[in-house]
Design a protein around this ligand. Structure first.
Ligand code: EPU
Length: 441
């Protein structure tokens, strides 16, 4: 099938979509199954490419992954975890960032791990120095080879005291997954505490881990010799939910996002309301969600900066910027998590959006990217009429923002590389069609 989507934009998106388990929890919980000695079950697993990639990696290592009896349920049987060949694993090279998280689980189960070259969105350098430093401190021997990373743990893994220079989500997960079965206690300070991390801790606790989350980003993990399986319903995908909310604003639409949960989205909801967007939380017992809609009047500009939890998520930024291009006045967005996450604004500018990006830390506190030459602040002047354009999808979240812009623009846009969006948005074409979008491959 062609990966070009023809979008006839200009109509409001209206209707209902459902979000399932969060991509950034589901993929990590799947990795955690390797640590257990019995079967695990997970519900509400979205049908997205990242889940397929992790399924492939688990299967290569002997984990049996089968569908459960409910729609969206997967069952994992890790009783025959085994070493996989470098060539087989390398089929997944460059496809995702999740493989790096297999280090701890594979070292505990097999005493060895091979990690292929990582993929993921091109939104900055995305180093893994925290991961490797922590693993070495746990006792792993890391050998960097041209084909990937070989790790071994001749004396097993032992608990550590570790301070993260920045509260990295991935490095926090790495340390959790290594520490739960390490000998002794691990104390991690300046940890990330995103809801997806707390949900991963819930998964590990169900498996038998002992993890205490203290105040001030300190997490203490008491290693245990053995873990079992888990049965888990993941937190809903708050990035996807916010993407649809921003799509409602940008297209002057009205979207009920079934499954969206207020507690995970408070910071987004505050900004949404400041802009003038309307929302209503439905907590009905039949399975609630949040309805997001465009007000009758104009939208208002805002100043915001992305940050670690409980700040405004970096992944909420791109779709919201499309909505801000339709707001009255000057909006300022300061990106403090990734140094290179505004590349997508060039395409929006070609569509008529008025956006300039700057190297300075605009509108907020100076961040670690200030004076480093990265264009990590954006000023958006609105409202600007968007017109159709040919677009090439650069990465997942930017890609969704391109799609929204094409929906909001008058005329026919051709969006190239849309398959990338399947990495994180389940059935996005079906959902767009249900919302009244005029699209065709
Ligand atoms: N960092 C380092 N060294 C490290 C690790 C991270 O300097 O060893 C830096 C990064 O370069 C970045 C910052 O720390 O500047 C934050 O990175 P983090 O490790 O928190 O990000 P991640 O774990 O690679 C996850 C999500 C991202 C999301 C970020 C921030 C997954 C698979 N990815 O990435 O989601 O933006 O946390 O919340 O969970 C997406 O879903 O599209 C996506 C990119």
């Amino acid at each position: 099938m062609s990966d070009v989507l023809v979008v006839n934009g200009g109509a409001p998106l209206k209707g209902e979509v459902t979000v399932r388990g969060a991509k950034n929890l589901v993929s990590k919980a799947m990795v955690a199954t390797v640590l257990g000695e019995s079967r695990s079950r997970m519900f509400d697993v979205p049908r997205i490419r990242d889940v397929e990639i992790v399924t492939g990696l688990l299967e290569l290592h002997g984990v049996k992954v089968t569908p459960g009896e409910h729609d969206g349920e997967l069952v994992f049987d890790p009783s025959n975890v085994e070493r996989a060949g470098v060539d087989e694993i390398n089929v997944h090279a460059g496809s995702s960032r999740i493989p790096i998280l297999l280090c701890g689980p594979l070292l505990h189960r097999l005493g060895h791990a091979f990690i292929p070259e990582l993929g993921g969105c091109n939104i900055g350098g995305r180093p893994i120095d925290f991961h490797l430093e922590a693993l070495r401190r746990f006792g792993a021997v890391v050998d960097k080879a041209p084909e990937g990373l070989h790790l071994s743990a001749p004396d097993g893994l032992h608990g550590i005291k570790y301070h993260l220079d920045y509260p990295s989500v991935g490095a926090t997960e790495q340390i959790l997954l290594a520490a739960v079965r390490a000998k002794g206690v691990t104390e991690l300070s300046n940890a990330a505490v995103e809801p997806e991390i707390i949900d991963l801790i819930c998964v590990l606790q169900k498996m038998g881990a002992i993890i205490k989350v203290h105040t001030n980003r300190v997490i203490e993990i008491e290693g245990v010799p053995r873990l079992g399986g888990f049965v888990h319903r993941p937190i809903p995908d708050r990035i996807e939910a916010a993407s649809w909310a921003s799509a409602a604003l940008a297209t002057k639409g009205d979207i009920f996002v079934r499954g969206a949960r207020q507690a995970d989205m408070m910071t987004y909801l505050n900004v949404f309301r400041s802009i003038g967007g309307e929302f209503e939380v439905d907590d009905s017992p039949s399975g609630g969600g949040i309805r997001f809609w465009h007000p009758v009047g104009d939208l208002r500009a805002v100043a915001l900066e992305t940050d670690v939890h409980p700040g405004f998520m970096t992944d909420w930024q791109q779709p919201l910027v499309v909505a801000l291009s339709q707001a009255n006045g000057l909006s300022v967005v300061h990106e403090t998590v990734y140094e290179n996450r505004f590349g997508y604004t060039e395409a929006l500018a070609q569509m008529g959006a008025n956006i300039q990006v700057y190297q300075d830390c605009l509108g907020g506190t100076p961040c670690r990217f200030g004076r480093m030459g990265f264009r990590h602040s954006a000023v958006i002047a609105g409202p600007a009429k968007l017109h159709a354009h040919d677009l090439i999808i650069p990465d997942l979240r930017a890609g969704f923002s391109h799609l929204i812009a094409a929906m909001a623009a008058e005329g026919r846009s051709r969006v190239h590389g849309v398959d990338l969006i399947n990495r994180g948005y389940e059935n996005f074409e079906g959902k767009l069609t249900a919302l009244g979008a005029d699209i065709a491959r």
